[in-house]
Design a protein around this ligand. Structure first.
Ligand code: PTT
Ligand code: SF4
Length: 609
């Protein structure tokens, strides 16, 4: 099996041991590609097989994984994406993120499907991968620099035609929600992937490749890619998308009463128009995108300090309405600083929101109140540098709330902060957050728009199935094929385009049944990683924040709305049933066997109840 030829996959993974200065090429078995596809699937498989159980996420033994998939960086719709993954220092469980980056293109061109990095350097360094060769260069001159300056210096040193993954001061200082920044304004790895790089003293990864992936049927692939791209351009949503991208969600979220406001107290914000897509359109100065994208969504404005910033809905909602800041140019400063220092905007918005609320309640001493831009900016900088109270806030909202002693308004699941959709009146979205494989993130199941249209106050099996359907396609397929999901999500191109492109690229025929099996396998494996790393599991891990059950909305058309705990628990039980997991949320041994995950069965036998 290991001698078998594969198409599109290079079948090569680069293993790097930073401590020993060793570089090893691993020809993984073809079975791994068929069972896990790439990206998140590979990351989960590698972490399950090779991460020592109980590893401290910030110790040299953690594995930092960079992975592409069989559709990554092929000429097709929005394919320039890469996954970063590791055991998360924020949650203690599985963590990953998806970044638009030239590193994706160069990794494919260098002929690697993934890089797995173990160990730690004594002094700051850069992992440089040039086609088959890898080495460590010194980063002593870059350590301490923000990601924008470091990016410019890397281009100066290695040339413009490279892919980069960089950390900023937040990653160096082990801020628990530090991200990896690809190029100015593209950042990912919410659950502290930047801190894992920082703990390894790895300032950056630079990749340069000159080859091309070999495809099963290049002509067929080109034909299918052209057809998909034609549908992107012909989508009725295309022109509005090009005007506002994800920023249109501000107005939508306000209309649906889900715009996070004042630490998710409310779902409407009086000044929403001042931070919305319509306003952004008027002051936009540029449009940027990830590599290989024909539907660019990086809308750039000038912030209050005159600096250019690429905006997205999540960033603007979490650093705007959630903090009571109603001026887009001010919000943009916080967005820029998060990219500049390498911190996750969503977690930053949450931890700042929590701090402002705790201060208002007299539980935390900080010199800032809702909407006080300059003071909030100072706090954000203190977090990045772990100065003063910033050192505590850098630990993330779960740990901060435990220290403060008020946890019911700490907005997280499993330690990962909630992204920008309030769920007082959205039990389906609350379930999506509760069961996301990395903690509260919308990326696996953005069920909220469907839910708002199809009965938001219902707690039923149809909704549970919708959450799972989206998790399978978004979290299972797109994260493992590693290509942007927006052409499908936002422009509605037919999902079959992807299956056709995959077949032509790899020769692998995948039906929807195979997609479901793949996704369920990856989900079950990730859950088993959590079970192993946490030494057990409790249903409490899948419960959304208490605020949504306890305290109703006090404003807007949905005033009085809150979640019903009993009904939510009933939905969670349905979710476990649909997935073939036991009533405590651990996959049942028979489910794991059916998915081909036999080596996880003994652990499930111990913990599934
Ligand atoms: C993603 C999360 C998101 S999801 C946003 S905005 W979004 C935030 N972006 C941040 C940012 O910017 N800077 C920063 N310092 N922190 C940030 N944290 C937040 O991170 C992103 C786009 C977006 S914009 C989305 S939805 C889609 N996400 C995809 C995904 O997850 N998978 C996939 N196959 N395709 C996707 N396409 C879209 O990509 P995380 P990016 Mg980001 C600046 O990383 O950890 O996955 O969390 O990567 O290159 O900026 O593209 O309204
Ligand atoms: Fe990147 Fe946006 Fe294009 Fe997706 S749609 S590849 S996130 S620019």
């Amino acid at each position: 099996m290991s001698g078998e030829k594969l198409f599109s996959w290079s079948k090569r993974i680069l293993w790097v041991d930073l401590g020993r200065g060793e570089f090893r090429e691993w020809h993984y078995p073809g079975e791994m590609a068929r069972m896990f596809l790439g990206g998140r699937g590979f990351a989960a498989k590698i972490l399950w097989d090779y991460l020592k159980p109980g590893t401290d996420p910030l110790s040299p033994d953690n594995l930092f994984i960079v992975a592409v998939g069989p559709l990554t960086a092929l000429p097709g719709p929005s394919t320039g994406k890469v996954i970063v993954a590791a055991k998360s220092p924020l949650t203690g469980g599985y963590g990953d993120g998806n970044i638009g980056s030239w590193a994706s293109v160069h990794l494919r061109a260098a002929g690697w499907d993934a890089i797995v990095i173990r160990g730690a350097l004594d002094k700051p360094g850069i992992l440089v991968v040039e086609d088959d060769k890898a080495r460590i260069d010194s980063a002593e001159d870059l350590w301490g620099l923000d990601t924008f300056t470091a990016y410019d210096k890397l281009l100066e040193k290695y040339g413009k035609n490279i892919g980069t993954l960089i950390i900023g001061p937040a990653g160096e200082k082990l801020v628990k929600f530090a991200t990896v920044v690809a190029q100015k304004g593209r950042s990912g790895g919410r659950p502290g992937m930047g801190a894992v790089m920082g703990s390894k003293k790895l300032k950056a990864i630079v990749v340069k490749g000159t080859k091309k992936p070999e495809l099963f049927d290049p002509d067929e692939y080109a034909k299918f890619a052209r057809e998909a791209l034609r549908d992107v351009k012909n989508s009725p949503n295309y022109s509005f998308w090009m005007r506002q991208g994800t920023m249109a969600t501000v107005e939508w979220a306000q209309g649906a009463s889900v715009l996070p406001t004042m630490n998710f107290r409310e779902g409407v914000f009086d000044d929403y128009e001042k931070i919305g897509g319509m306003y952004m359109e008027k002051i936009r100065v540029a449009l940027r995108s990830c590599p290989y994208c024909a539907m660019s969504c990086g809308h750039v404005i000038k912030d209050s300090e005159g600096q250019e910033v690429e905006l997205d809905y999540e960033n603007v909602a979490m650093l705007g309405s959630n903090l009571g800041i109603g001026r887009l140019e001010d919000v943009a400063i916080l967005n820029r600083l998060a990219d500049y220092y390498g911190m996750d905007t969503i977690s930053l918005g949450n931890v700042l929101g929590y701090a402002l609320e705790a201060a208002e309640r007299g539980k935390l001493e900080i010199d800032a109140r809702w909407g006080e831009v300059a003071k909030i900016i100072k706090l954000a900088e203190d977090i990045a540098h772990r100065r003063g109270v910033g050192d505590l806030l850098a630990e993330g909202v779960k740990r901060v709330s435990e220290k403060v002693g008020e946890t019911w308004y700490a907005m997280h699941v499993k330690g990962l902060e909630i992204s920008a959709y309030d769920c007082h009146a959205a039990p389906g979205m609350a379930l999506a957050y509760a069961t996301s494989p990395i903690g509260a993130h919308h990326k696996d199941s953005w069920v909220i728009s469907w839910e708002v249209q199809h009965g938001r106050f219902e707690y039923n099996r149809e909704k549970v199935r919708k959450v799972i359907e989206l998790q399978r396609i978004r979290g299972g397929f797109f994260e493992s094929a590693v290509t942007c999901r927006f052409p499908w999500v936002e422009l509605g191109i037919d999902f079959n385009h992807y299956l056709r492109m995959l077949k032509a690229a790899t020769g692998l025929t995948m039906t929807m049944y195979d997609v479901v099996t793949l996704a369920d396998r990856i989900y079950a494996l990730i859950r088993m990683i959590w079970v192993r790393e946490l030494e057990g599991w409790s249903i409490e891990m899948d419960i959304p924040p208490e605020r949504w059950f306890k305290e109703p909305l006090t404003k807007g058309p949905l005033k009085g709305a809150k979640l019903d705990k009993d009904k939510f628990l009933e939905m969670l039980r349905m979710y476990y049933e649909e997935r073939g997991w036991a009533s405590n949320g651990v996959p049942k041994p028979e489910t794991l066997k059916r998915l081909g995950l036999e080596d996880t069965v003994p652990l499930a036998e111990k913990y599934a109840k």
